[in-house]
Design a protein around this ligand. Structure first.
Ligand SMILES: Cc1ncc(COP(=O)(O)O)c(C=O)c1O
Length: 387
């Protein structure tokens, strides 16, 4: 049987798409690949919180939350998340992938809804959301990324108002580097009586008046909704939360297999995320600087003649198209000690391979200038500019 798996890998290699773990001995001077957008993963207070929690509660949670894995630390953090997300309740998971896949799939269950649901799904949604969709077996309609006209058109065309309908989207897109027009989407969801499922993986820690996500900038209370976010990006740790009504929390506790049958997150992860979460509210200046340096990078790369996607985020995708060219540029930058991610199909659509540059709060203007100069040099020669 091993041969099938080997053949799969060989076929991937022939297409130059075989994934491999990156070399850990590469010398990285400037890291533009990390999702630790606010540098909290190495913050002394966050590390202390994790160490203290391990001493007090142990390194493992010892069981599912419904059995031995519940503790005051986790419950207090959930209450804080609910308060900052302005929702009634919150519930923590071990990872964002687990939360999306298992929560969304359980919300879409046709026996629970007493009818087969119809899901309006942003074409470029994350793999965890796609897999939730496939796991649920729900019927779905793709709409063009962040295109509210197309969403409305599809809702109309497929008679969304006549059956349980859901809209699923990311508020900050991790690969496109753009922002969801959330107020418009919320208005559409209200018009068509849709349930709104939002992924705030890349928004948590960076958006909203105090950094607690884009969902805190729009009044979502008139529509049924659930917001999921992760601790694995700007919070600098691991795990995820859902923020929702008490009623939905009760449903997830009772129906969502990935919550019920999985060991609760380690007290160390919970304590670290709780400390980082608390700090996020005080990091307004760092966020402002981060968005200023990100916009400087976008501007310089565009001036050099490159196709830069998105706006208003610290995620700066430079779209090159062909995979080989993207990999070559990533490798040339790494030779200079600059680490960026090369993103290729199937993560992004064919022909849109890109460098994904994640600017973080530790990058200053000088570093941004040297990165854009290096990219310009490798793309266009010594002048660094397109012809
Ligand atoms: C949009 C989005 N949702 C969910 C996830 C999964 O989160 P986690 O890494 O915590 O499993 C990611 C992570 O890459 C993501 O980008």
């Amino acid at each position: 049987m091993y041969q099938f798996y080997e053949e799969y890998c060989l076929a991937q290699a022939e297409k130059n798409r075989l994934r491999a773990l990156p070399q850990i001995d590469a010398t990285v001077v400037h890291d533009f690949s990390s999702n630790d957008y606010l540098g909290l993963s190495m913050h002394a207070d966050v590390i202390d919180a994790a160490a203290e929690a391990a001493r007090h509660w142990g390194v493992g949670s010892t069981g599912s939350r419904l059995l031995s894995g519940n503790n005051r630390l986790t419950e207090a953090f959930e209450a804080q998340i609910a308060q900052d997300k302005e929702t009634e309740a919150a519930l923590i998971f071990c990872s964002g992938y687990q939360a999306n896949m298992t929560v969304l799939a359980s919300l879409l269950h046709k026996r629970v809804l007493n009818a087969p649901p119809l899901v309006f799904f942003d074409r470029l949604n994350h793999s965890s959301l796609y897999n939730a969709l496939f796991l649920s077996g729900a019927e779905y309609v793709l709409f063009e990324h962040n295109d509210m006209d197309d969403l409305q058109c599809q809702l109309e065309k497929h008679g969304a108002a006549s059956r349980p309908a859901f809209i699923v989207a990311e508020t900050v897109h991790g690969m496109e580097g753009d922002l969801l027009p959330l107020a418009d989407m919320a208005a559409i969801a209200a018009d068509y009586n849709c349930f709104l499922y939002l992924d705030e993986a890349h928004a948590t820690g960076l958006y909203g008046p105090r950094g607690y996500g884009l969902s805190t900038t729009v009044d979502l209370s008139p529509i049924p909704h659930l917001v999921m976010g992760t601790f694995s990006k700007a919070i600098g740790g691991a795990g995820a939360y859902i923020a929702c009504t008490e009623g939905l929390k009760k449903f997830v506790l009772n129906r969502t297999a990935g919550f019920i049958y999985s060991t609760a997150p380690s007290p160390m992860s919970v304590a670290a995320a709780a400390r980082a979460w608390e700090m996020v509210g005080t990091l307004g200046e760092q966020r402002q600087r981060l968005f200023a340096t990100s916009s400087l990078l976008r501007q310089r790369l565009r001036e050099a003649g490159l196709t830069v996607l998105g706006d208003g985020t610290n995620l700066v995708p430079v779209c090159l198209g062909p995979e080989a060219e993207t990999l070559a540029l990533k490798s040339a930058l790494l030779d200079e000690g600059i680490l960026v991610s090369a993103i290729r199909p199937p993560t992004v659509p064919t022909g849109t391979s890109r460098l994904r540059i994640a600017v973080n709060a530790g990058h200053d203007d000088e570093t941004i200038v040297s990165l854009s100069d290096a990219i310009g040099r490798h793309m266009f020669g010594a002048s660094g500019r397109s012809a």
